[in-house]
Ligand binder design. Structure first.
Ligand SMILES: [Zn+2]
Length: 207
């Protein structure tokens, strides 16, 4: 008897092509089925390839999304790249290449890798946060908030890393140090943007 072997490259490629050709994972806009929305946190294209944390979390969401699709739901599972953040900027600085180029190159390789995993994404709904077709909407919503008095500036203390020359979220500070460069984080008073995200009557506003 011939030795049986799982030729993963052959088998997986065959089914990935079948899924893509038949648009198995496409979310339909007008549909009678109940809706299910499954989105992974979009990856930062801030390295030249995925790290193990990416497929770990994407696999979990994928199982969920496929389960609901098989239960008869119209599943929307978009894919995208969070390309405007500090990690993408730091990567470009490290490489000495303009971030528009490093981001483009990294997204191309991330896409190749993510597709090879065969995740059940609707690639027609791919977004890239540094694409003007996407960020025109973040600009639009900011303007709506600003024009209605919900976005305002004031001075407040923030985590400041003198190494990275930027403010850091609390999650980016470990034991008082910057989690990217290890510099001691200081509290610096800076003019910052704030949102009135709780809907209170105007008489309750403090600033
Ligand atoms: Zn730093």
């Amino acid at each position: 008897m011939a030795e049986e072997k799982y030729e993963h490259k052959e088998v997986e490629l065959k089914w990935q092509k079948y899924w893509a050709y038949n648009q198995i994972f496409k979310a339909i806009d007008q549909d009678k089925r109940p809706k299910f929305y499954a989105m992974d946190m979009f990856a930062y294209p801030s390295g030249d390839g995925l790290h193990t944390g990416h497929p770990r979390s994407y696999t979990a969401t994928d199982i969920f999304a496929r389960y609901y699709r098989m239960k008869g739901y119209n599943v929307m599972r978009p894919v995208g790249w969070d390309a405007f953040g500090l990690p993408a900027e730091n990567y470009a600085i490290k490489k000495g290449v303009h971030p528009s180029q490093t981001t483009k190159d990294n997204i191309a390789n991330f896409t190749r890798q993510v597709k090879a995993f065969g995740f059940a994404y609707d690639w027609d709904r791919e977004v890239n946060t540094s694409d003007s077709n996407y960020y025109k909407w973040t600009q639009w919503i900011f303007k709506v908030l600003y024009d209605n008095g919900y976005a305002y500036q004031k001075e407040a203390y923030a985590n400041w890393c003198s190494g990275c020359q930027t403010v850091l979220a609390n999650e980016q500070v470990n034991d008082g140090k910057c989690d990217r460069c290890g510099t001691q984080v200081e509290q610096k008073k800076l003019k910052q943007w704030f949102f009135r995200i709780r809907i209170l009557p105007k008489s309750c506003w403090k600033d």
